[in-house]
Write a new protein. Structure first.
Length: 262
């Protein structure tokens, strides 16, 4: 019995001492946490000390873009499909032709396109294009046509002249009388032109049957527009440098960038 009483007395005497030790340990842990802040504490401190600006395009950030107009909400769409359906997020894609570059011609205005079309028609027919050149730039056009004729002269038969066929002397003598009679009869018949019939139109030969423009390169006020020509015998790529003067477009320089003969 005496032993039990002594044990109980020892426990009761030790309780205040244990409580003091526990409190001192808690205070030490709190002080340690204050000396070494946690990641949450650091993040909250940075958030509170940061000066935030107003949200840009808040309506777009808060709008619901999880559905596409005209498409049932029961159909699962990928995020890319949803973004592609939005006009503000979508971007036009243009084909790219090898070394020629992109076929994006959105930067070519209507007036510039009309001038380039007329000039390209002249090149396709190998006809003069002086009216499309800017002032004091005819020398560049002359060099272009010189190189053009050297490269494609034989291929496109640019300088071919048909020689008159020599008639045999015997045939000439035998047909001389017939020609004389035909000439006499032709005097009796009324002239076709006098009857009001229009003369036949001579069709211009197209050396290049088609062409298209590429994406222009802007250098200040000068537009460098690539133009590619096609025919069944060859291709031709030009770099046409265009400048705008008083609302009209003129060509400053023409360069042959590439060609191919089949």
């Amino acid at each position: 019995m005496n032993n039990k009483k002594g044990f109980v007395f020892l426990i009761l005497f030790s309780l205040p001492f244990l409580t003091f030790i526990s409190c001192s340990n808690t205070e030490q842990e709190n002080s340690a946490e204050e000396e070494t802040p946690t990641l949450r504490y650091t993040a909250n401190s940075l958030y509170e000390s940061t000066i935030w600006t107003e949200a840009v395009e808040l309506d777009r950030l808060t709008s619901n873009i999880s559905a596409v107009p005209g498409v049932s909400s029961r159909i699962n769409l990928s995020p890319l499909a949803v973004l592609a359906s939005k006009e503000s997020f979508s971007k036009k894609v243009f084909p790219v032709l090898g070394s020629f570059g992109s076929l994006d011609t959105t930067l070519i205005s209507k007036s510039l396109r009309e001038m380039l079309t007329s000039f390209s028609d002249a090149v396709s027919k190998n006809t003069p294009a002086d009216s499309f050149m800017a002032k004091d730039c005819l020398y560049s056009l002359a060099l272009f046509y010189t190189d053009f004729n050297k490269i494609f002269g034989d291929c496109l038969e640019l300088n071919k002249v048909e020689e008159p066929v020599a008639e045999d002397s015997a045939e000439t003598d035998s047909n001389s009388e017939a020609k004389t009679e035909d000439a006499a009869e032709s005097k009796k018949e009324p002239d076709v032109a006098e009857q009001g019939e229009s003369p036949k139109k001579i069709e211009e030969k197209l050396y290049f049957t088609s062409y298209f423009f590429g994406q222009p390169f802007l250098d200040g006020v000068c537009y460098e527009v690539p133009v590619k020509f096609f025919c069944d015998k060859a291709t031709l790529t030009l770099s046409v440098f265009c400048i705008e003067n008083s609302g009209s477009w003129k060509i400053d320089q023409v360069q042959i960038a590439d060609w191919e003969i089949f």
